[in-house]
Design a protein around this ligand. Structure first.
Ligand code: 1HE
Length: 270
C-alpha cells in the first residue's frame, strides 16, 4: 500500500498502531501495526472509538486502510488468554461500541482491504459502508478454529453482506473466500488491483464528499432503518426523509443549477 498523503489530525493519546490524517475534507485512518498483521488490541479499539467520537465537523467522507501485507488479522489473540466470561462480554461490547460508531458515523466510511481480512478484521470492514478489495484480499472467520465465537459484530453484519447460510458455513468449516469471488458475493462493492485500493477509495470518497451532506446522511441513517421496517413504515420514513432533504438549501441550489444547465448530466460509460 502507498503511504497516505495528507496532514495529520492531532488526537492526543492515539496509540502508535493508528494514524489519523486528512486530505481536504476526507479523513484517513491507517492501521499501523504491520508486525502483528494489524491485529486489534484494546488500545486500538479504544483509539477507533475515540477517532469516531472526535472527528472535525467538516469531514465529509472517511477512509480506513492498513499498512503492510494484510488489512487486519482480527483480534489480538494474546489479549484473550486470561479473561473470564464476564470480562469477555465487556470486551466484546467495547468492539460493538467502536464499530457501531463507524456504522453510525455522520459521513460515509470506506474500508480498503488487502491480504487477510479475517475475524475481527472482517468485523471492522463490515462496519464500513463501502469496501474496496484489492485482488490479494481474502476473507475468513477463524474463530471456531481458535475455540471462540465472533464478538465484534460479525454475526449481525456479515450475514447482511453474504447471507446467513454462507456466514455459518465460514464459521463452521473455516472456508475462505478471495477478492474476486468476494465482490460477487457481496463482501466488497469494488475490486481493485493490488496497490490501487487506496487511490480508488480516495476517488470514491471525493465523489461522496461532493454530494450534499444531508443526502449522504439520509442514505446512511434512513436506508438501514427503512430496510428493517415494515413496508408501510418504510414508505413513511422515506417520505419524511425526502421532504427534509429537498427542503435543504443545498438541494434547492443543486436543483436550480441542473435546470439552468449548470450541473453535469448523468452519464454512463458502459
Ligand atoms: C497475531 C495475530 C493475531 C498475526 N493476534 N498476533 N485471527 C486469526 O485467527 C488470524 C491469525 N493470523 C493468521 O492467520 C496469520 O497471522 C495471517 C494469515 C493473518 C498472516 O500470516 P503471515 O504469515 O503474514 O504472518 P504471521 O507470521 O502469522 O504473523 C506475524 C506476527 O503477527 C506473528 O507474531 P511474531 O511475534 O511471531 O512475529 C503472529 O503471531 C502475529 N499475529 N495475527 C496476535 N490475530 C472481537 S472478537 C474477534 C475474534 C477474532 O478476530 S478471532 C480471529 C483471530
Amino acid at each position: 500500500m502507498d503511504a497516505s498523503p495528507a496532514s495529520e489530525i492531532a488526537l492526543p493519546g492515539l496509540p502508535n498502531s493508528l494514524e489519523l490524517s486528512r486530505d481536504g475534507n476526507i479523513a484517513i485512518l491507517r492501521l499501523t501495526r504491520p508486525e502483528k498483521r494489524n491485529a486489534i488490541d484494546n488500545a486500538m479499539i479504544e483509539g477507533i472509538d475515540r477517532v469516531f467520537s472526535s472527528l472535525p465537523s467538516d469531514i465529509r467522507a472517511f477512509v480506513i486502510h492498513g499498512e503492510g501485507e494484510h488489512f487486519c488479522a482480527g483480534l489480538d489473540l494474546s489479549s484473550l488468554t486470561e479473561t473470564d466470561a464476564y470480562e469477555a462480554v465487556l470486551h466484546s461490547r467495547t468492539w460493538h461500541a467502536a464499530f457501531n460508531k463507524i456504522e453510525k458515523a455522520a459521513m460515509p466510511v470506506i474500508a480498503v482491504l488487502h491480504g487477510a481480512t479475517v475475524g475481527g478484521g472482517l468485523e471492522l470492514a463490515s462496519s464500513a459502508h463501502i469496501r474496496v478489495a484489492e485482488r490479494s484480499t481474502f476473507y475468513a472467520l477463524p474463530e471456531g478454529q481458535r475455540g471462540i465465537f465472533v464478538g465484534g459484530g460479525a454475526s449481525v453484519r456479515v450475514p447482511k453482506l453474504i447471507t446467513l447460510a454462507r456466514t455459518m458455513d465460514m464459521m463452521l468449516t473455516g472456508r475462505t473466500y478471495g477478492a474476486e469471488e468476494g465482490v460477487t458475493l457481496g463482501f466488497s462493492q469494488y475490486l481493485a488491483e493490488n496497490g490501487q485500493g487506496l487511490a480508488m477509495a480516495m476517488d470514491l470518497a471525493r465523489k461522496i464528499a461532493s454530494n450534499a451532506p444531508l443526502s449522504n446522511y439520509a442514505v446512511l441513517h434512513a436506508m438501514p432503518r427503512i430496510a428493517e421496517s415494515q413496508d408501510e413504515a418504510g414508505f413513511f420514513i422515506e417520505s419524511l426523509m425526502s421532504a427534509i432533504a429537498s427542503s435543504d438549501k443545498d438541494a434547492k441550489d443543486r436543483l436550480r443549477a441542473f435546470l439552468e444547465k449548470r450541473a453535469p448530466k448523468v452519464t454512463h460509460n458502459g
